[in-house]
Design a protein around this ligand. Structure first.
Ligand code: ZN
Length: 389
């Protein structure tokens, strides 16, 4: 039976995979199909990216528009974290529509039919190197060797977790990359032992997005209030849902002239990279005709940080998590470094080499289905080519 094994190294930028910090990934890349023109989705947040990997669809269709979204629960639009329990049903619909499989997460673990697993069977780990290593060892032994499902996916929290509170390229961040590299090696060695000729098991290793270094935090709520374009900090006329280096703006219905006025205001701001308004949201894979009527990605530049890692971006202040992360890594927007995830495919008929054609997170699910002999129709993405050219 054909099988697929996927490992995601959260936030690992292509250009930070070096023989020094990631010796195994460097070697794996040389013997894999290496997709060098691979893009994330927008917003390039982990939850949006994960839903696109799982469904093969853009945010316009899976509906998870960031780590925060504004919802109207009867009293007007309010910005919420999609990590809250009331978003779990929505997340499940996007990622595991029928609850067929097992999901292990430190926040809760489930068996088939979405039955909660007893605490001792769950995954009692924190984010970071130690938890990732525990999860990887269990993934290799319990999932890949014993349970042997058609599709198994391991999501490593590093180097995202460390990248959010240390400078990119710092010794701590490089250690986190090295640890992710070691965990990918454990999985690849397990796969090699299961399938020595490398035809039955398709191994996909990649990241969901990259990171930029934060240089300035923009308090968009305050700017809108000062410009007379928002009534107050908690008003629901326009609600900013911050997503790191990007933000979505939700408007109460009817929005009237407010969308146009705010679009015009944003046009004049030097911290804005690009703004997408109304029908133009479709250009970046976002839904049109919903309460989210404007998306902005903040301005980036290519300056290197003190550790020689290029790329800076402004971020939007997050009142749900108001911490200063200047000098640390962040993502969410369309900056060239946060839009540089890596993708390697090996086994399952993929020839090694550099693939220059455009690929995206949404191409992973159709590639999985093709390898399992299932229909790939109805997704936004397309199966990845198995030979360079
Ligand atoms: Zn992150």
């Amino acid at each position: 039976m054909n099988r697929v094994v996927i490992v995601v190294c959260d936030s690992l930028r292509t250009d930070l995979i070096t023989p020094r910090d990631a010796p195994f990934l460097s070697e794996l890349g040389r013997r894999s199909a290496r997709f060098v023109n691979h893009a994330s989705v927008f917003p390039s947040t982990t939850r949006t990216s994960a839903a696109s990997i799982a469904t093969g669809c853009l945010p316009a269709r899976h509906g998870l528009l960031g780590n925060t979204m504004a919802l109207d629960e009867g009293d007007g639009l309010v910005c919420l974290s999609v990590g809250r329990p009331d978003f779990r049903d929505r997340l499940h619909r996007a990622t595991d529509p029928d609850g067929f499989g097992w999901v292990y997460n430190a926040a809760g673990s489930y068996g088939p039919g979405r039955q909660p697993l007893p605490a001792e069977d769950g995954l009692q780990i924190g984010k970071g190197d130690a938890g990732d290593t525990v999860a990887t060892e269990r993934f290799c032994e319990e999932v890949l060797q014993r349970r042997a499902p058609a599709l198994a996916l391991l999501w490593l929290s590093e180097p995202d977790y460390t990248g959010h509170h240390t400078p990119l390229g710092s010794p701590a961040h490089r250690r986190a990359i090295a640890n992710a590299d070691a965990n990918v090696r454990r999985v690849a060695e397990t796969v090699a032992a299961l399938d020595s000729d490398g035809e039955r098991v398709l191994l996909i290793v990649g990241s969901d997005h990259g990171m930029e270094t934060v240089d300035e935090t923009i308090d968009l709520d305050r700017l809108l209030i000062e410009a007379g374009l928002k009534r107050g900090a908690t008003s629901s006329d326009v609600v900013v849902a911050p997503n790191g280096t990007a933000a979505l703006l939700y408007f109460a219905d009817p929005a009237g002239a407010l969308v146009g006025k705010i679009a015009w205001f944003l046009e004049a701001q030097d911290w804005v990279g690009r703004a997408f308004v109304g029908g133009r949201l479709a250009e970046v894979g976002l839904p049109t005709g919903s309460a989210a009527q404007i998306a902005v990605t903040l301005k980036t530049d290519d300056r290197a940080n003190p550790h020689d890692v290029p790329g800076h971006s402004h971020i939007i202040r997050d009142s749900l998590e108001p911490k200063d992360c200047t000098g640390f890594g962040q993502h969410g927007g369309l900056g060239s470094n946060e839009q540089r995830p890596f993708l390697f495919a090996s086994g399952g008929g993929f020839g090694s080499g550099v693939y220059h054609g455009r690929s995206s997170l949404i191409d992973i699910a159709p590639t999985v289905l093709r390898h399992l002999g299932l229909d790939t129709a109805g997704m936004d993405g397309r199966p990845l080519p198995r030979h360079p050219g």
